[in-house]
Design a protein around this ligand. Structure first.
Ligand code: DAT
Ligand code: MG
Length: 194
């Protein structure tokens, strides 16, 4: 019992402080003590672009995909739903525009809305590629999004940036800086060692 109090009381107190701060935004922000930031870790502030493609949205997979990234411990800092234009798509897939499958890729990606997100966290670019799985779902292991939810490369449910540079480029393409939210996850010291 004593151990429980020692372990959990500071956490609950910390949560209450954050909850109170969020619920009463008109109060001046108070610098919270005892809540260590892990932002100095290399890769800790990495961000990546994840998009649920039109087939994923139509199949109501958005929630399940978000859940996987939340469960892993990543932080959602941007989210929107939109109908993609061919212009935006051609910038997003600028390296693929000469591929023979590009016209059908455009048709598929503009066939309905997409849900685009920016996730942040330690090594999020590489980790999310592993979570999403290889481009061809036939080669994607069970447990990956593509392995669990898709059959064919032309309908592979989700996009994930493939490199840090690619992620930065794609995030700037899809989001304005003001649309990304800076916030502290109260449990960040539980998901990552300082
Ligand atoms: P990834 O989405 O894994 O980064 P990519 O960037 O090479 O893969 O290709 C972008 C998308 O283009 C991919 O998710 C699905 C589509 N695509 C790629 N290769 C294809 C192919 N051979 N036939 C049909 N669509 C393809
Ligand atoms: Mg790619």
């Amino acid at each position: 019992m004593l151990l429980q109090r020692v372990l959990f009381l500071p956490l609950v107190t910390q949560w209450n402080r954050h909850a109170t701060q969020n619920l009463i935004p008109r109060f001046p922000a108070v610098r919270l003590t005892g809540f260590r930031s892990n932002s100095s870790l290399p890769g800790a502030k990495e961000q990546t672009l994840i998009a649920v493609k039109p087939d994923g949205v139509q199949r109501r997979l958005v929630g399940q995909i978000i859940r996987r990234f939340e469960q892993k411990g990543f932080k959602l800092v941007g989210l929107k739903m939109l109908q993609v234009s061919e212009e935006l798509l051609s910038q997003h897939y600028c390296q693929l525009t000469r591929k023979p499958f590009y016209p059908s890729l455009v048709k598929y990606m503009t066939s309905g809305p997409v849900v685009v997100m920016v996730w942040e966290g330690q090594d999020v670019v590489q980790s999310s590629r592993l979570m999403v799985g290889p481009t061809n779902p036939a080669a994607a292991p069970a447990g990956t999004v593509r392995g669990d939810f898709s059959l064919h490369v032309s309908r592979n449910v989700v996009h994930a940036s493939d490199s840090l540079e690619g992620a930065q480029r794609e995030i700037q393409l899809w989001f304005q800086g003001k649309d990304l939210v800076k916030w502290d996850c109260w449990d960040q010291t539980l998901t990552c060692e300082e």
